[in-house]
Design a protein around this ligand. Structure first.
Ligand code: OXD
Ligand code: MN
Length: 606
């Protein structure tokens, strides 16, 4: 850990008032902030308290500094637009590191840097990086206040956009100092935009020090350190040590007409519809019958086993949504459209002449003209996209008209089903259920998906993305998989595990399943399976509904077409098995034995 004398910090920054407000009771936090000031040498310190008055002050300041553009306040009250540096629009997995003394701790799926070497390299970058700038002190809590898993983090950042975004995405401000009290247990998050140069961009995690250092990027997944860095990478490691789970999952509640409530979590890779599924508006017919879907979370869940019931319970550690915009509209996600109608930061979308915003897919017809996400004039025939493919909205969960009543309950909610889903054009059927927990872990571990714009790199390439966690497992995947298998033994009544694929296409490239709200029909089968009600047949892959077990009433799809979506060819499964080889070889001698057995069982079913 970085060791520095805090009195030294005070002397070199003579003009800077370092004195922490009295509400900051933790000596450890005070010393750490002093050390970071000494290193980064900001001109000012700004203590974010989470008040609405201060939030307004920061928005005004961000507008004056040109970091945010105030949008049409009649149409979009308290909404702002941010344009990032064009080189800084997505997570940069190749520049993301787990830093530990030995490489074995991070395994074959992470980039590794040796702890001391990483601190040395980054200290060089952080040295003086905030001179002429303000350092924002952003205390925050991940998890509902009072939840046994809730965790305090403190982020120091020179980005006002990051400070304001953290205010939305986390429980930010004095509430965190209260939760921390005199304790020294907090995640140390140091962040600087630096000169936003990809050559000097590092997102480094030090799980053994409960520390994250992120330099050179302002992009959400790289810079809002409570999210991917703390609530997934650091938390997954803590969960492994302490017997709970941090997962890249949405969490929804399904209220049936008879009052039965079922909670379902689902892991889909980045930008593959978690937000849409978590906020799903069921088809008319279901709404009329009295079905209601409510959101607990759309990106991350923390899950633990309740000792009394032996069941898995879950919370959403976040307090906001950082959702993908292209393709989001009144039809695909009306709830999201309500959520982002006020108190929202839009990033990298187009600006309309009347101060409203636009992105591809928001309306069928594009605007006649606008300013694109880079600030250039745009017309529909100019050959460029108006919004970036990974443009985002950042909005508080409190804006959600369908927020689950238990979304902030520190006791969490019981999880009945875990759904894994990939983006697969071919081979993989619409839905099947794993035979049991261990088979489900194998299904999740071999999850594959076509890559999206959420991370830099080629889009549309099939990659194995175990549990949709490939970029977020903060330790060795071998231990992560073993942890999943072992969790079964902690539970008396474990969730059922399913696999879905909304993205299968026909030979003409047309989607075979309409997706979005119609996914309710698949969810209904999943819920009925959890409660021991729906029929399924045993197949090579798992338990599958017969075509007549999925409700198709009111859909333009007949039983034969549904059968086509559910078809599984043995030859295709063989190809899948071969393409899993890459993952198996990566793990090589470290492969948990259950993975080998499950694979053999699948082969034996062919
Ligand atoms: C996200 C991601 O932003 O997974 O949620 O990249
Ligand atoms: Mn995500």
């Amino acid at each position: 850990m970085m060791q520095m004398d805090s009195s030294l910090a005070a002397s070199t920054q003579a003009s800077l008032d370092l004195s922490a407000p009295s509400k900051v009771q933790s000596i450890s936090v005070r010393n750490w902030i002093a050390q970071c000031v000494e290193l980064c040498k900001p001109d000012n310190l700004y203590w974010c308290d989470g008040s609405s008055q201060q939030r307004q002050e920061l928005y005004d300041r961000a507008v004056n500094e040109g970091v945010l553009i105030r949008l049409n306040q009649q149409k979009l009250p308290n909404c702002y637009l941010h344009r990032s540096n064009p080189n800084d629009v997505a997570r940069t997995e190749q520049l993301t590191f787990i830093c530990t003394p030995s490489e074995d701790m991070v395994g074959p799926t992470n980039n590794w840097m040796e702890t001391k070497a990483a601190y040395a390299r980054l200290r060089g970058l952080f040295d003086g990086c905030m001179s002429g700038r303000t350092m924002y002190v952003v205390p925050f809590v991940m998890g509902p206040i009072g939840c046994p898993l809730a965790k305090v983090g403190v982020q120091l950042t020179d980005s006002i956009y990051v400070a304001l975004s953290m205010n939305i995405m986390t429980r930010m401000g004095d509430v965190a100092w209260e939760a921390l009290g005199k304790s020294d247990e907090f995640t140390h998050c140091l962040h600087s935009l630096g000169d936003v140069n990809p050559e000097r961009r590092y997102i480094c995690h030090f799980p053994l020090d409960n520390t994250i250092w992120s330099f050179g990027s302002g992009y959400g997944g790289n810079a809002l350190l409570g999210k991917k860095s703390m609530a997934l990478r650091i938390a997954s490691f803590l969960g492994y040590q302490q017997g709970w789970m941090a997962e890249h999952m949405l969490l929804l509640g399904a209220l049936a007409p008879n009052g039965e409530k079922t909670y379902v979590s689902a892991a889909f890779p980045s930008a593959s519809g978690k937000t849409n599924f978590a906020m799903m508006t069921p088809p008319e017919k279901y709404v009329r019958e009295g079905w209601k879907i409510t959101t607990v979370g759309d990106d991350i869940v923390w899950m633990w086993v309740d000792h009394e019931s032996g069941r898995l319970r879950a919370v959403n550690p976040e307090a906001g949504y950082f959702g993908v915009l292209p393709g989001t509209n009144e039809q695909t996600n009306p709830t999201a459209m309500r959520i982002m109608a006020h108190d929202t930061i839009y990033t990298n979308v187009a600006l309309l002449p009347d101060g409203d915003v636009w992105w591809e897919g928001k309306t069928e017809a594009p605007p006649a003209n606008c300013i694109d996400w880079t600030g250039q004039p745009w017309t529909p025939d100019c050959g460029r996209k108006a919004a970036h493919p990974n443009s985002r909205f950042t909005a508080p969960t409190a804006n959600n008209p369908a927020l689950d009543p238990a979304a902030n309950d520190p006791a969490g909610v019981p999880v009945s089903a875990i759904v894994f889903g990939g983006r697969r054009t071919r081979i993989i059927p619409l839905v099947y259920q794993a035979f049991n927990w261990n088979h489900g872990v194998y299904v999740g571990a071999t999850l594959s998906s076509e890559t999206t714009a959420a991370a830099t790199g080629q889009v549309g390439v099939v990659r194995r993305d175990p549990m949709a966690m490939l970029p977020f497992i903060g330790y060795n995947i071998r231990d992560y998989l073993v942890h999943w298998f072992r969790m079964r033994k902690r539970m008396k009544d474990c969730p059922r595990i399913f696999h879905v694929n909304w993205f299968r296409r026909d030979d003409q490239g047309q989607f075979l399943w309409p997706g979005f709200g119609e996914n309710m029909r698949v969810l209904k089968w999943i819920i009925d399976r959890c409660h021991g009600r729906a029929y399924a047949v045993e197949t090579t892959l798992g338990w599958m509904p017969r075509a007549r077990d999925i409700d198709l009433e009111g859909l333009n799809i007949n039983v034969d077409q549904l059968e086509a979506i559910q078809t599984v060819e043995n030859n295709s499964v063989k190809l899948e098995l071969l393409s899993q080889e890459e993952l198996f070889l990566k793990l090589a001698g470290d492969l948990p034995k259950e993975m080998v057995f499950q694979r053999e069982l699948l082969i034996s079913r062919l």
